[in-house]
Design a protein around this ligand. Structure first.
Ligand SMILES: [Zn+2]
Length: 288
């Protein structure tokens, strides 16, 4: 595996007093199967291959604000871990960077210093890094952090009953250690940092807002998977809740567009910074 330099997979911005660091975990080929006429989604995603797969970025975020050190979506387990080997075997074409743990070490951030781990939803590409392998055991990677997810992704989630699932092996461990918190309404988890329900991708899907000195940043998780969904908010992948997702997208644009908030969705290309701007009677994604 090639070892990219930090500049190739880590991007940092100062927003107010918040330090926002984005770390790419790599590239994940995936067919979003947007519920729209194929001719239209192919025109909007010209990079799609013949199966409709597009190369997704996968990004985690580190927020440092006041006394809080917050990881949003801890991403994958480490390169070279048994989880990584299995995931690579199941995901042809996956490419990885050196990963979040290496990036944090390079930034001088100790796992023990992380105060919060905010998980937008319980799809494996977003949370499996909550644990790390120690000999034959999984242990909490951020042992002093409160881990927060939307209640809708926890209560009655059938994956918890499958002992082989990542949810059962990893987040159940975090819960047994007393480190898991559930939210079902907007919640300020640290001064200036809020989890906001945004269902659709999953029942408990949440986004994260950071406010500091007039600047606003949102980490959107999978509220969008590709930037074309901003211009087409009714385009939703199969097996999602299209009504809930469209309503969540509308709430986001209502809040984020007037204040020019800086936005990141997990699967944008690196570097994933952008914003949503008015375009005609709707909106569009603007990178940068
Ligand atoms: Zn995702």
């Amino acid at each position: 595996m090639s070892q990219p330099s930090m500049e190739e997979y880590v991007s940092v911005r100062r927003l107010g007093k918040a330090n926002v660091t984005l770390v790419s975990e790599g590239i994940l080929p995936w067919p979003p199967d947007l519920q729209a006429p194929e001719e239209e989604w192919r025109a909007a995603m010209p990079e799609a291959d013949e199966d409709g797969a597009i190369p997704l970025g996968v990004h985690t975020a580190l927020i440092q604000l006041g006394n809080a050190t917050v990881i949003i979506d801890p991403g994958y387990d480490d390169p070279g871990s048994p989880w990584d080997a299995r995931f690579a075997a199941e995901t042809p074409g996956m490419q990885r960077t050196s990963g979040l743990t290496t990036a944090l070490a390079g930034l001088g951030v100790l796992p023990e210093s992380v105060t919060h781990v905010l998980i937008t939803h319980t799809h494996g590409d977003h949370f499996c890094g909550v644990t790390r392998q120690e000999n034959d055991m999984l242990v909490a990677r951020y042992p002093n952090a409160r881990h927060v997810i939307g209640r809708g992704d926890w209560d009655n989630n059938p994956e918890r009953d499958d002992p082989a699932s990542d949810l059962a092996q990893r987040l159940e461990l975090i819960d047994r250690l007393g480190l898991l918190d559930l939210v079902d309404v907007e919640a300020e988890v640290a001064p200036g940092v809020a989890m906001i329900p945004a269902p659709g991708e999953t029942a408990g899907h949440s986004i994260v807002r950071v406010r500091s000195e007039g600047s606003a940043f949102f980490y959107l998780g999978d509220l969008y998977h590709h930037s074309c969904e901003v211009a087409h908010p009714g385009w939703v992948p199969a097996d999602r809740d299209p009504v809930a997702m469209q309503a969540s997208r509308e709430r986001l644009t209502t809040e984020a567009v007037p204040c020019g908030a800086t936005l990141v969705f997990t699967h944008e290309h690196f570097p994933p910074w952008g914003r949503i701007v008015v375009s005609g009677s709707g909106h569009r994604w603007e990178r940068g």
